[in-house]
Design a protein around this ligand. Structure first.
Ligand code: 6PG
Length: 473
């Protein structure tokens, strides 16, 4: 058999699907898995595509099966496994052979790996791949980072296997080092927030309006035909209407209310704090997942204080208000995510391609939605501008923020937690506040720490009258 154009290490769900996708696009691909016992089952699953795939029992065979200069995609769990796989591979490779980490790596780790690759004079790419198993198999969204010539070397393959929007590949080079993984991390932060906003709308329907899961599902289905059209709204409609074959109950009703996380949402929040680029809706979403995991405390709290939720009347809140809340909340949340990307781009010297980021998220990835096309247009007009200030989104927010306010008020009055919706509203109210209350913070800081403050009426650093009094007294 002739040598393969590319190889994949790691045949977990994502790796297996990506390998089949590569084969399906006409490329010869080699496959290696740490445990070789996975190979026969994988080749069977590959069906007709197996003729394009070379399964390899050993790393040595794997390397020998690849056409030089070799291109090797790692699809192994993020973290230590990536380093040990690189360490195992490098001694077998030539200096122009390239390793491509396609897992959900922390961008700091990608920066570190990229720097040691530069030091060793070997090519290395870090790419973020979004779209879950289905995306990996039939077209993910791909966010690349590393030397541009390394990207160009495999761009024809990555573009071929990626999702397409209007025939354009959803695969894009984002910048050097960890740029691709940074963009993927922010994608995931937005994903957490989008999911939480939807979950809160579901909570209002379920607990505030006593709606059955299937009815909630039909509402999501309806919303999916409007401005909110997106993959996450679509699957929310589907999961809400699914029935458990064992019990006959809605599947949603038997799923324990404790959400897991692998950490990418948390990384987004950490990076936003380091960069001073606030992402409060994403923070609320990460916090809500953490609170969901504290089930024992929640059960104790419910027993101690009661967990009654008042019903929410249609006078207080209609389904249209709720839809509007999600529209406004979503725009405000994405505005924060894009702002974080702009800040990071400047800080890390990346020149991130802002409109193209929105473009590669239009198809294939988990946060794909029709709104992203308009976001791409807005970012093309003003790449560093906050989305809320773009004319199209200003109109949308103006038309929908009333629904967000009504929703947050009605939910909170009923005793229902809506941290992400409330954070979106607080962001809007702060963003539109010409005069905040930070003058009080400045006065307090100056009082106890002589930190000084600026005045509204003249330049310079000033102190309050309290300083002398305080020290003298
Ligand atoms: C994607 C997903 C995918 C995965 C994340 C989030 O873009 O395809 O984001 O990468 O779902 O790892 O997982 P957690 O919710 O477990 O953090």
């Amino acid at each position: 058999m002739s040598q393969s154009e590319i190889g994949v290490v790691g045949l977990g769900t994502m790796g297996a699907m990506l390998t089949m996708n590569i084969a399906d696009n006409g490329f010869k691909v080699s496959a290696f898995n740490r445990s070789a016992s996975r190979l026969p089952g994988f080749m069977k699953d590959a069906g007709d595509l197996a003729s394009q795939i070379t399964p390899c029992d050993t790393l040595e065979d794997f390397v020998a099966s690849l056409k030089p200069p070799r291109n090797i995609i790692l699809m192994v769990p993020a973290g230590a496994a990536v380093d040990s796989q690189i360490d195992a591979l490098r001694p077998l490779l030539d200096s122009d052979d390239m390793i491509i980490d396609a897992g959900n790596a922390n961008f700091h780790e990608t920066n570190r790996r990229a720097a040691s690759a530069v030091e060793a004079g070997v090519p290395f790419l870090g790419i973020g791949v979004s779209g879950g198993a289905e995306g990996a198999r039939f077209g993910p969204s791909i966010m690349g980072g590393g030397p541009k010539d390394c990207w160009d070397r495999v761009a024809h393959i990555l573009e071929a296997i990626s999702a397409k929007y209007d025939d354009r590949p959803c695969a894009q080079w984002m910048g050097s080092g960890g740029a691709g993984h940074f963009v993927k991390t922010v994608h995931n932060g937005i994903e957490y927030a989008d999911m939480q906003l939807i979950a809160e709308a579901y909570g209002i329907m379920r607990d505030g309006k006593a709606m059955a899961a299937a009815d909630c599902g039909r509402v999501f289905e309806g919303w999916n035909t409007g401005i909110l059209q997106s993959y996450l709204i679509e699957i929310s409609g589907e999961v809400s209407q699914a029935v458990d074959s064992e019990t006959g109950s809605p599947v949603l009703d038997i799923i324990l209310d404790r959400a897991g996380q692998k950490g990418t949402g948390r990384w987004t929040v950490i990076e936003s704090q380091m960069l001073g680029a606030p992402v409060p809706v994403i923070e609320a979403a990460v916090g809500a997942r953490n609170m969901s995991a504290m089930r024992d405390l929640r059960l104790k709290g419910a027993a101690l204080y009661g967990d009654d939720v008042q019903s929410i009347s249609d006078d207080a809140l209609t389904m249209t208000d709720l839809e509007q809340a999600l529209i406004a909340g979503k725009i405000l949340c994405y505005a924060q995510g894009f702002d974080l990307l702009v800040k990071a781009s400047g800080e890390y010297g990346w020149t991130l391609p802002m409109p193209e980021i929105a473009e590669v998220w239009r198809e294939g990835c988990i946060i794909r939605s029709s709104m992203l096309n308009d976001m791409a247009s807005a970012l093309r007009e003003a790449p560093a501008g906050n989305l809320c200030t773009a004319p199209h989104f200003k109109s949308l927010i103006t038309a929908n923020v009333g629904g967000l306010r009504k929703t947050a008020l009605a939910a909170q009055a009923a005793g229902l937690p809506v941290p992400a919706l409330a954070a979106a509203l607080a962001y809007f109210d702060t963003m539109t506040q010409a005069r905040t209350t930070a003058n009080m913070l400045q006065a307090q800081r100056d009082y106890f720490g002589a930190h000084s403050f600026e005045r509204t009426d003249k330049d310079g650093a000033h102190h309050g009258p309290w300083l002398g009094q305080h020290l003298d007294g």
